[in-house]
Design a protein. Structure first.
Length: 293
């Protein structure tokens, strides 16, 4: 009985942490929009990576063994490069498109994971997964189709970010079997900093005091969000934690309306709901497949 209560308390804590992570992520998106035009997305990515790297340095100093990995450096470097591409794509999308629309499209990433796992890893596409893919793409069409924002450059960046994020998740599927979560997160943060710096060099400009404050806040929020979500997933099953992330959609919609007078169309809400439903179905199908195995 006591053990069941403890598990319940742990699940509640995990949900709370994930909800806090969703709030920070929504604020992060609003900051990127606020910086629109004044700071290049590559510069934003570098600042975010820098603060994230600084946040984990004390952990590395106290526990150097956390850097011990069974995978070669080039594999971590490839994942960090892909992560940087995803970040820049999403930042460019948030800077140019409606916040709610971009967030909804970002949630298509699990759908691309299902497709990639089938094509690249040979995983079987069952009925539930096929259903998830169809529902997900119907939702994406509503958001980025003629009745939504349309297939604009912002939506293109959002789709690119979702696809690249799916590739990263597929890499993590195999790498998580050999390395601890902390090792994967820290290597990713540390390697992203020099990569982002090199790519940001052509766009380096001296930000204003306000921009510098927003960049610093955005970097801290990014590191905090990653820490909260990582800890949440370590406390409870992904089926409990992952759905909480969908809170980002209404939170971003509220911030978009209050700060930038953006009002999401009904088709965006319907499409976003379908995409979230598809992601949940895909997650359930994957979990059922692992149970059968």
């Amino acid at each position: 009985m006591a053990r069941a209560v403890a598990r319940g308390d742990t699940a509640v804590l995990a949900v709370g942490l994930a909800a806090m992570g969703a709030v920070l992520s929504a604020v992060d998106a609003a900051i990127v929009r606020q910086l629109d035009g004044g700071v290049h997305p590559m510069m934003i990515a570098f600042t975010r990576a820098l603060f994230g790297g600084l946040a984990v340095l004390p952990i590395v100093a106290m526990r150097p063994s956390v850097l011990k990995s069974v995978y070669p450096l080039r594999q971590h470097l490839a994942r960090a490069g892909l992560k940087l591409i995803a970040l820049v794509a999403f930042f460019a999308a948030f800077a140019r498109g409606p916040l709610t629309d971009v967030t909804a499209i970002a949630f298509t990433s699990p759908i691309f994971v299902v497709i990639g796992a089938s094509l690249l890893l040979g995983e079987r596409l069952g009925g539930l997964k096929i259903c998830a893919v169809i529902i997900g793409f119907c939702g994406a069409f509503l958001v980025a189709g003629p009745t939504g924002a349309g297939l604009t450059l912002a939506m293109g960046f959002a789709l690119l970010g979702a696809v690249v994020q799916a590739v990263i998740q597929l890499m993590l599927k195999s790498m998580s079997s050999g390395d601890r979560t902390a090792t994967l997160v820290i290597w990713n943060l540390l390697l992203t900093v020099p990569l982002a710096f090199v790519l940001a060099l052509p766009f380096l400009t001296m930000p204003t005091g306000e921009q510098l404050g927003l960049l610093a806040l955005q970097g801290v929020l990014g590191a905090g969000c990653m820490a909260l979500m990582t800890h949440a997933f370590s406390l409870a099953d992904a089926s409990i934690v992952a759905p909480v992330d969908f809170l980002r959609l209404p939170l971003v919609a509220v911030l978009g309306y209050l700060l930038f007078s953006e009002l999401a169309k009904p088709s965006v809400w319907i499409g976003g709901a379908l995409i979230c439903l598809a992601a949940l179905i895909a997650s359930r199908a994957s979990r059922r497949a692992r149970t059968v195995e």
